[in-house]
Design a protein around this ligand. Structure first.
Ligand code: SF4
Ligand code: SF4
Length: 338
């Protein structure tokens, strides 16, 4: 089902809850009274300013309750140091960003569990992954709403519904498997030796001892790219250990495996609002690169992402993230029947 609903926000004021309400009114949905429905979203890294405010999640939760469903909101823990590496920290970050049960009217859940062990391997059967490991949210829900912030991303060009399902459902181990194809390379003449990279590296792969430049132990590096994203001097570049398309394919394989599990009862909504250079995983400055367009609702993540890209045009992302073979996401999804 590749039809869409586009609900523009033109002329309206933020938060654009009214537009989202209109979209929800018009979307066909598969949820039945009594269904538990998980709303997958990203509540933003601690210190991030571009994440979507909780008003939209509140609206979706209220709409689901009105349909007789029982919503909950969920995310998984991440590889990065910061405010979402542990479940406890992630829930604190959510609360600091306004995502509380009181405000949302429904519970918040960390899908991979409070100890990161609530994970499950599901069949994939593709060339990179025969199985993928994800947070075990499937026993908790009969249906899903994939609600994604459409914005830029340093290795996938953009992040939308596919990325929300792929990285978003993945366990930390699976995230690591997807990220294992690149590492940082230092451009010494730009480096101020500030030590930020060593401070934030989650595996202690980056170290610095004065007066030297930082060094990166590639045996310990998990390719999380946090140092590259956080370097204030842009002194770190991505070095791909393999063909750059491999990451795009791994992203698609993980999403495709999850999709097989959830596709019968799901709707997909991309929010083309606060379109920032980088994803909401990064704290700090994250400039806007486009206007607010609105919400796109549909029934397949690849189709909703493609439609979102049509609205924004890929150029706004290619300008800030040149050279990423993002087209491979779509051609590979087609090849594997996703
Ligand atoms: S964060 Fe950047 S500028 Fe600072 S020490 Fe690391 S590479 Fe150098
Ligand atoms: S050195 Fe590797 S593990 Fe450490 S922050 Fe950079 S990419 Fe991540």
């Amino acid at each position: 089902m590749n039809d869409f609903i586009f609900e523009p926000v033109k002329g309206k004021t933020k938060p654009y809850v009214e537009s989202l309400r209109q979209l929800l009114k018009n979307i066909r949905h598969p949820f039945a009274a009594g269904d538990k429905v998980g709303i997958k979203l990203h509540w933003g890294e601690r210190g991030n300013k571009g994440f979507l405010p909780p008003d939209y999640a509140q609206e979706i939760a209220a709409w689901l309750m009105n349909c007789g469903a029982k919503p909950f909101i969920f995310d998984t823990t991440v590889l990065y140091s910061g405010g979402r590496r542990t479940a406890e920290d992630s829930l604190k970050t959510a609360a600091a960003h306004g995502y509380t049960t009181d405000f949302l009217g429904c519970p918040l859940v960390i899908a991979d569990g409070m100890d990161g062990r609530n994970v499950i391997s599901i069949p994939a059967g593709y060339k990179h992954f025969k199985t993928v490991q994800v947070g075990n949210v499937f026993d908790m829900a009969q249906g899903f709403v994939i609600f994604s912030h459409f914005k830029g991303h340093m290795v996938s060009l953009f992040g939308g519904a596919v990325k929300n399902i792929s990285m978003g459902f993945a366990s930390r181990a699976q995230k690591q498997r997807m990220h294992s194809d690149y590492h940082p390379v230092l451009e010494k003449k730009k480096c101020s030796r500030c030590g930020v990279c060593a401070e934030i590296c989650p595996t202690k792969a980056a170290t610095i001892s004065e007066p030297d430049y930082p060094v990166y132990d590639l045996k310990k590096c998990i390719g999380c790219a946090q140092c590259i994203a956080m370097c204030p001097e842009l002194a770190l570049q991505i070095f791909w250990n393999s063909d750059m398309t491999v990451f795009q394919e791994k992203l698609i394989e993980t999403a495709a495996a999850v999709w097989k599990k959830i596709k019968d009862k799901v709707i997909v909504i991309n929010s083309l609002i606060n379109i920032t250079v980088e994803c909401d995983c990064l704290p700090g400055k994250n400039p806007l690169i486009g206007p607010d367009y609105g919400f796109i609702g549909g029934y397949h993540p690849v189709a909703v992402d493609a439609e979102s890209l049509k609205v924004t045009g890929p150029g706004i992302f290619e300008k800030v993230h040149p050279g990423i073979p993002w087209q491979r996401q779509f051609s590979y999804a087609h090849e594997i029947g996703f």
